[in-house]
Design a protein around this ligand. Structure first.
Ligand code: MF3
Ligand code: CO
Length: 248
C-alpha cells in the first residue's frame, strides 16, 4: 500500500532528511586514504546519534553496521571492516539512513578518494545525474515508470549498466515501503504519483554489464564482471510541482 503522508508527517520527514544530508556532508569531509571502512562506520554512527537520531541500518534484517561502504566493483551493502582500507583512486559509496521521531530518511553518495581515473569520475557523475534526470518526472499526475525510464535512458546513453536486482522504494515510518522503484523501464506505467508520497530513488549504475552477485558475507553486492559501480540516492517528497529533495 502506498501511503500519502500528512503535513505533520512531512515535517518530520523533512527533519529526518535534513539531518541525513548533514551526516553525508560531514562524512564526505573525513574520508582519507588509509582509513578503514569500520572507522567510517564508527564516525557515521556517532554523527547520527549526536543529532538525536537512530541509525536505521543497524540491525536491519541483521545488517551489522550503520552505513554501507561499497568500494569500486562493490555496488551496495558493503559491510564495514577494520581490515579494509580506503586507497587513493577508489570510488566509495556510502549509504546510510536515520530515524527521527519515528520517521526515516535514506540516502547514498559515491565519493572519489584523491585522484581517480577519468572513467571512474565519469561513472560517478553520470550516476548522480541519472537521479536528477529521473526526478524531472517525479510530480503528481505522472507515473512511476516515467522516473524509471528516464534514469535508464540517461545511464544507458553512456553505455553503462543499470542494475536490475535492486530497486528504490517508498519510505516513511519504515525504511522500505511501497512502491518498489526500479531504475529501469517496466512494461507498465506503474502507480500514479500523488502529492504527499515520500520515495527513496537510488540509481545503481555500473561501468560494464548490469549483472550483480552476492558475496559470501550474505550482504555485499558486486558486479559480476568486476566493473566499477556507483550509487546515488535521496529521499524525496512528491508535490504538485517540483519534487522536494529531503536529504540534500
Ligand atoms: N539504502 C538501502 C536501501 O535502500 C538500505 C540498506 S539495507 C541495510 O535498501 F540493511 F543495510 F540497511
Ligand atoms: Co534506499
Amino acid at each position: 500500500m502506498v501511503t500519502i503522508k500528512s503535513e505533520r508527517e512531512i515535517e518530520l520527514m523533512r527533519e529526518a532528511g535534513r539531518i541525513l544530508a548533514k551526516v553525508h556532508e560531514e562524512l564526505g569531509k573525513i574520508l582519507k586514504p588509509g582509513m578503514s571502512t569500520k572507522e567510517i562506520d564508527r564516525i557515521c554512527e556517532d554523527m547520527i546519534r549526536s543529532h538525536g537520531c537512530i541509525p536505521s541500518f543497524l540491525n536491519y534484517e541483521g545488517y551489522p553496521a550503520s552505513v554501507c561502504v561499497s568500494i569500486n566493483d562493490e555496488v551496495v551493502h558493503g559491510i564495514p571492516n577494520k581490515h579494509r582500507y580506503l586507497q587513493e583512486g577508489d570510488i566509495v559509496s556510502l549509504d546510510t539512513g536515520v530515524i527521527w521521531k519515528g520517521y526515516q530518511s535514506d540516502a547514498a553518495r559515491t565519493h572519489m578518494i584523491g585522484e581517480v581515473s577519468p572513467e571512474a569520475r565519469k561513472l560517478v557523475e553520470v550516476t548522480q545525474q541519472s537521479f536528477f534526470e529521473g526526478i524531472k518526472y517525479a510530480k503528481a499526475g505522472n507515473h512511476l515508470n516515467d522516473i524509471s525510464k528516464a534514469i535508464q535512458a540517461y545511464a544507458e546513453s553512456f553505455g553503462y549498466g543499470v542494475v536490475r536486482d535492486l530497486v528504490g522504494h517508498g519510505i516513511g515510518t519504515n525504511m522500505h515501503e511501497d512502491p518498489e522503484i526500479p531504475n529501469f523501464s517496466q512494461h507498465r506505467k506503474g502507480i500514479r504519483l500523488a502529492a504527499g508520497m515520500t520515495l527513496a530513488i537510488e540509481p545503481m549504475i555500473t561501468a560494464g554489464r548490469y549483472d550483480v552477485a552476492w558475496m559470501d558475507d550474505g550482504w555485499t553486492v558486486v558486479t559480476e564482471d568486476g566493473s566499477l559501480a556507483s550509487h546515488y540516492e535521496n529521499t524525496i517528497l512528491i508535490t504538485d510541482g517540483e519534487p522536494e529533495i529531503l536529504s540534500l
